[in-house]
Design a protein around this ligand. Structure first.
Ligand SMILES: O=C(O)c1ccccc1NCC(=O)[C@H](O)[C@H](O)COP(=O)(O)O
Length: 214
């Protein structure tokens, strides 16, 4: 089966059009104000309207309040909520119940023990995203261009669809997919020419390398 590809942190038409044209399956909009990739919900809605149905729209949040989710969804229809903070399984269950939407839980991975969390989240998460743990004291919980040991995921039975993330680039994504046995990948920094600025050529190269990985 073809590898799923998510391009995260899209903020402008160049990045959005390039991702959809290249065949990205999911587009991530970062609704976390401290991020250089933050996008206003109205802008995300305008971008999505360029290619209706072209890719699944993922809204990325970090420990969001219900009011934030409700206000964002009122402004910008989304297909999946990505939760990239310290949300607990109970919080995921509450968000799913209130908003009736699929939820993707991001888990930081440094050692095999970090994957133990999958069991607790599996009943309430529709998808997982495995990312490197953020640098201590760093400003962002994700999007830090940090890889982790891909082989920690090799041979693991993950009971939900999942994406591998963290420091992926057009040059390393095929190897990462093979090492981890990943059914999908997610990238932000590796397709940027400057922090927060997506590059169409890098997006095309990344999607081609990921989709071509055997
Ligand atoms: O990208 C951000 O700015 C961000 C901010 C806060 C929480 C999560 C964030 N990104 C999450 C993603 O899904 C990234 O695509 C993922 O961490 C991989 O990023 P990168 O290592 O830069 O490719």
């Amino acid at each position: 089966m073809a590898v799923e590809v998510k391009i995260c942190g899209i903020r402008d038409a160049e990045g959005f059009d390039a991702a959809v044209a290249a065949g990205a399956d999911l587009i991530g909009f970062v609704f976390f104000p401290p991020s250089p990739r933050f996008v206003e919900p109205a802008q995300a809605r305008a971008l999505s309207a360029r290619h209706a149905g072209g890719a699944l729209r993922v809204g990325l949040f970090v420990d969001p309040a219900d009011e934030t989710l409700a206000a964002t969804l009122a402004e910008c229809p989304l297909d999946i909520l990505q939760l990239h903070g310290e949300e607990t399984p109970a919080r995921l269950a509450a968000i799913r119940a209130r908003f009736g939407m699929p939820v993707m839980k991001a888990l930081g991975v440094a050692t095999a023990a970090d994957l133990d969390a999958v069991a607790a989240f599996a009943p309430v998460a529709d998808r997982f995203l495995f990312d490197a743990k953020p640098p201590p004291g760093g400003p962002l919980p994700g999007g830090n261009a940090q890889p982790f040991e891909w082989r920690l995921l090799a041979g693991r039975a993950i009971p939900r669809p999942w994406l591998l993330a963290g420091g992926l680039t057009p040059d390393n994504v095929a190897e990462a997919i093979r090492c981890a046995g990943a059914p999908g990948v997610d990238v932000s920094s590796g397709v940027e020419r400057a922090r927060g600025v997506k590059d169409a050529a890098l997006i095309r190269a990344f999607v081609a390398a990921a989709k071509g990985a055997a």
